[in-house]
Design a protein around this ligand. Structure first.
Ligand SMILES: Cc1cc2nc3c(=O)[nH]c(=O)nc-3n(C[C@H](O)[C@H](O)[C@H](O)COP(=O)(O)O)c2cc1C
Length: 303
């Protein structure tokens, strides 16, 4: 089950999707048992921005029949707050740490990449490009030229693996991935959430979410993720982290068969915080590796 991803030796191919597993809160809930049976083979942080962010006004979530729409708005402590308060706890996890960063200009992203690239406790960086470039007005990850310009700015800042997280909200994720490869990315991950706008059930002329629109995730996006992963795998020879609606080993296997090297579990972790280890175990059975038995945290029944 072990896998080499950009030079990182991982125990199995299942990681978390950024923003969907709070390892610091989980450590508080499960104590040191979390470290002995961590559900993922690498930990991907929630997005960090240069300046602190409060996130979007509530409501921030809308539940779908097959997933959810979130408009969390990337609240975080900013680079300095993250280095001081979050990184020490995450660096203590028993798996490599991948820090996910986002900026509103190429220079902001370059500053973040340089700062985290200099840290021994950071194994790799994931670039969240699902936001506008305030200088060009374009969505950073929606246009191959934008992604090329971004990589030209950030690639010289670090030798660590750079993963570009592709947005499905664009004409051709395959072309964006090809631009990322040509301009020095080490890997791509996909998919980020799809734009969605639930209406307020009390007044359908108004949006439900405080942020107006949000990102759709969960089982509803699984078929889309699989199709886009196939498209991207046909365009690049980079390693790919596949995600979108994975809740079972069979879903992970489908993404691996379509060309992924790793698979991330996202929304399912809100329903089942131990989903990472469960999906890894199910995947092992799927592909006939009977001897793989990841340690699984024991939870006590709810009172
Ligand atoms: C509540 C929530 C928060 C998220 N936060 C982030 C984030 O901070 N950065 C990021 O790149 N993606 C974020 N995502 C997107 C996920 O990492 C993932 O790309 C997406 O949800 C698809 O996977 P899933 O269907 O398994 O959840 C978030 C998703 C959810 C549901």
């Amino acid at each position: 089950m072990s896998v080499d991803f950009c030079g990182l030796e991982l125990a199995h191919p299942i990681v978390n999707a950024s923003g969907t597993f709070d390892a610091i809160a989980a450590r508080r809930a499960f104590g040191d048992a979390l470290l002995e049976a961590f559900p993922f083979s690498a930990f991907v942080s929630k997005t960090v921005t240069l300046a602190p962010r409060q996130g979007n006004p509530p409501p921030r979530l809308w539940e779908l029949g097959a997933g959810m729409v979130n408009s969390i708005g990337l609240p975080n402590k900013g680079l300095d707050g993250y280095l001081a308060h979050d990184l020490p706890g995450l660096a203590a996890l028993p798996v490599p740490l991948i820090v996910n960063v986002m900026g509103f200009t190429r220079e902001e992203v370059a500053t973040l990449v340089e700062a985290f690239g200099a840290r021994d406790d950071v194994a790799a960086l994931e670039l969240n490009v699902s936001c506008p470039n305030v200088k060009t007005g374009m969505l950073m990850g929606a246009d191959p030229g934008e992604v090329a310009g971004l990589l030209d700015a950030v690639r010289p800042q670090t030798d660590k693996p750079l993963i570009v997280k592709l947005t499905p909200n664009c004409t051709s994720p395959g072309e964006v991935a090809a631009a990322a490869e040509a301009h020095g990315a080490d890997a791509v991950s996909l998919i980020n959430t799809l734009r969605g706008a639930p209406a307020d059930p009390r007044d359908p002329s108004r949006p439900w979410l405080g942020g107006g629109t949000g990102g759709v995730s969960g089982p509803a996006v699984r078929v889309l993720a699989l199709a886009l992963l196939g498209e991207v795998a046909a365009r690049v020879s980079l390693p790919i982290v596949g995600m979108g609606g994975v809740s079972r080993g069979a879903h992970a296997r489908a993404l691996l068969d379509a060309g992924a090297t790793l698979v991330a579990v996202g929304t399912e972790s809100f329903r089942d915080p131990l989903a990472g280890a469960r999906v890894a175990a199910e995947l092992a059975r799927e592909i006939g590796i009977a001897e793989f038995a990841p340690k699984c945290l024991q939870t006590s029944p709810l009172p």
